[in-house]
Design a protein around this ligand. Sequence first.
Ligand SMILES: NC(=O)c1ccc[n+]([C@@H]2O[C@H](COP(=O)([O-])OP(=O)(O)OC[C@H]3O[C@@H](n4cnc5c(N)ncnc54)[C@H](O)[C@@H]3O)[C@@H](O)[C@H]2O)c1
Ligand SMILES: [Zn+2]
Length: 350
Amino acid sequence: MVKVHVSLSTKPYDVTIGPGVRHELGAILEATSVGYQSCVVVTSKELRAQSWFDVDHDDDVTVIEVPEGERAKTFGSLASLCEQFAALQLSRRDVIVAVGGGALTDVAGFAAAVYLRGISVIHIPTTLVGQVDAAIGGKTAINLPSGKNLVGAFHQPVAVLCDSEILESLPDRERQSGFGEVAKCWLLEDRRASALASASLDDLILLSVNLKARIVATDEFESGERALLNYGHTLAHALEVLALAHDPDLLRHGEAVGIGLGFAVRLAHALGRVDELVVANHDEVLAFFKLSLEVPKEFSTSDIIAAMGHDKKAHHDLTFVLPGVNGFEVVRGVNHELVVRVLEEYREAR
Ligand SMILES: NC(=O)c1ccc[n+]([C@@H]2O[C@H](COP(=O)([O-])OP(=O)(O)OC[C@H]3O[C@@H](n4cnc5c(N)ncnc54)[C@H](O)[C@@H]3O)[C@@H](O)[C@H]2O)c1
Ligand SMILES: [Zn+2]
């Protein structure tokens, strides 16, 4: 078991990583100086049926269910959660425990952020995406029909438990999606592909959590350095927007990130920022995680470029996080023609 400290000035907390760490929940609840009165678990029916789900064996624990995946990230679920919190007469001395993937911790975290103007939340992320990304850093959100994550709040958890045993029941495609984010972290940490063979899943989770914790601690509200975590995401977000309109099942987020990472390093190379060895290392890392570099044939290059310009994090310009001699940087106003050329070459090479 390893603890990573997220050293925020106002509300620091620990992310505990390792097989079986979900069993630390009781100790964490007891150890808090405030002393929580009661604990309410938010999860889904399907996750509650998993063999590792054992928090409800304690009679004092109330379990609230929300729908699976993105279907939980609605105003309807938010209202239902807050109504149930109120019916249970939860006060600011109580704690919500969110047990689920990124979608679930996003909506449960948001409900915890707004109910009574903020009550404590502990995340037990059950997907790899949740363990290395969504559950850490305090971003919470629900979706609107006009876009994902458009309504939300920053609300830091009081603790996060990343239990690799829970990931054993994860479907392959969800694991694969998580590896897209893990590959991003490995590359942001400037690690060689050759070192991957000796890394365990817990090592990979630890590396990713360490990186995210370090960046979140320097930029809690995403006004600067936190943007570096969007490496590979300019193309990924564009592909996801197009996939949503076409076939929502076409791409998982991490799969899109994998494609975006392979593209971003080629763009950096075309801009003279990195040499071919860096491109080759990216390709090896992505291949290790079995991430495809294939941009879906359904989308034209011009539609992709248009979607990139509308990425809310791109400020209506072509902005990329790119490696270079000074490390990773946010590069704004990248030449459109160059982006088109590199993207076309990237697609033709597959
Ligand atoms: N807040 C953030 O900083 C942040 C960061 C990244 C992603 N996100 C959000 O996270 C969401 C994606 O999260 P995700 O990739 O974890 O997917 P998800 O939460 O949609 O879960 C995917 C599916 O896997 C199932 N599942 C979860 N854990 C399981 C387990 N252990 N065994 C079997 N099945 C399991 C879920 O029930 C669901 O059907 C998106 O909504 C995204 O916007 C948020
Ligand atoms: Zn991501």
